[in-house]
Design a binder for this molecule. Structure first.
Ligand code: KIV
Length: 271
């Protein structure tokens, strides 16, 4: 019997119960087996296989180039590592916009081939038909409003969204529409804290923030950012829990020194 067989899995229902009980939800990204195993073991509630893999894992400037098959590769690696966390998989750019039948077949492909537990889509009322159709197949959907990186070429910059009344009002209407169609949660990215708190109070589904203040039901960060692996990304909303860039550099430099000096391997490190 596996040591993990008695672990109580996090479900979409668990997240609703947490919101109702006033317990905050923790969410982090992961894109590979080894990282996901540690994140899951640590007790993070939700693992997001984010399309930020396009930036973090593949080095692209935006999230647009990552493909459905690449997302499935990352997600299936994560799923193999996870015992407890709910695994949410980002639907990549071009796999759901515009055509709800294509959206459904992309979501089904993700669920079948990765074993993920839910999908996440960026957008509001303009993608409601796609979300509705995905939900008819019994696939849980997480929404994503505010700064939606797949629309970076429309926005032009990664600055805070919905600061003006008109955009804030549209975001509120979008959040209500996502709740009404049946999304189980919504990510709000980089919007004023007051607006995010207002949305979290207004809807019954959990609101997970990133750069959206403390008045929401949970928080999400990109795991490489919060571990300080990427030392060039320092937005105001990011709290770094480590400085792995420095620690990894120190380790690699020590290894180079040991190899060059002949100190590694020593007698106890050989056969
Ligand atoms: O792709 C991602 O990592 C995300 C989070 C920033 C919410 O969508």
């Amino acid at each position: 019997m596996s040591v993990h067989s008695n672990v109580k899995k996090v479900t979409t229902h668990t997240l609703h119960e947490m919101k109702n009980a006033g317990q905050k939800i923790s969410m982090l990204t992961a894109y590979d087996f080894s990282m996901a195993r540690i994140v899951d073991e640590a007790g993070i509630d939700v693992i997001l296989v984010g399309d930020s893999a396009s930036n973090v894992m593949a080095g692209h400037e935006t999230t647009l180039p990552i493909t459905l098959d690449q997302m499935i590769y990352h997600a299936s690696s994560v799923v193999r590592a996870v015992q407890r966390s709910l695994v949410v998989v980002d639907m990549p750019f071009g796999s759901y916009q515009g055509n709800s039948k294509e959206a459904l077949s992309s979501a089904i492909k993700i669920m079948k081939e990765s074993g993920g537990h839910a999908v996440k889509l960026e957008g509001g009322q303009e993608i409601i038909e796609s979300i509705g159709r995905i939900l008819t197949a019994g696939i849980p959907v997480m929404g994503h409003l505010g700064l939606t990186p797949q629309s970076i070429y429309k926005f032009g910059t990664y600055v805070v969204r919905a600061k003006e009344d008109e955009e804030a009002q549209r975001l509120i209407e979008d959040a209500k529409a996502l709740e009404a169609v049946g999304c189980f949660a919504i990510v709000l990215e980089k919007i004023p804290a007051q607006l995010a708190a207002q949305v979290a109070k207004m809807v019954s589904i959990p609101i997970i923030g990133i750069g959206a203040g403390n008045g929401v039901d949970g928080q999400v960060l990109v795991v490489h950012d919060m571990l300080g692996i990427n030392n060039e990304f320092n937005p105001r909303f990011l709290r770094k829990y480590n400085n792995l860039h420095e620690q990894m550099m120190n380790s690699f430099h020590a290894y180079i020194k040991d190899v060059q000096s002949g100190d590694f391997p020593n007698e106890s490190e050989q056969y």
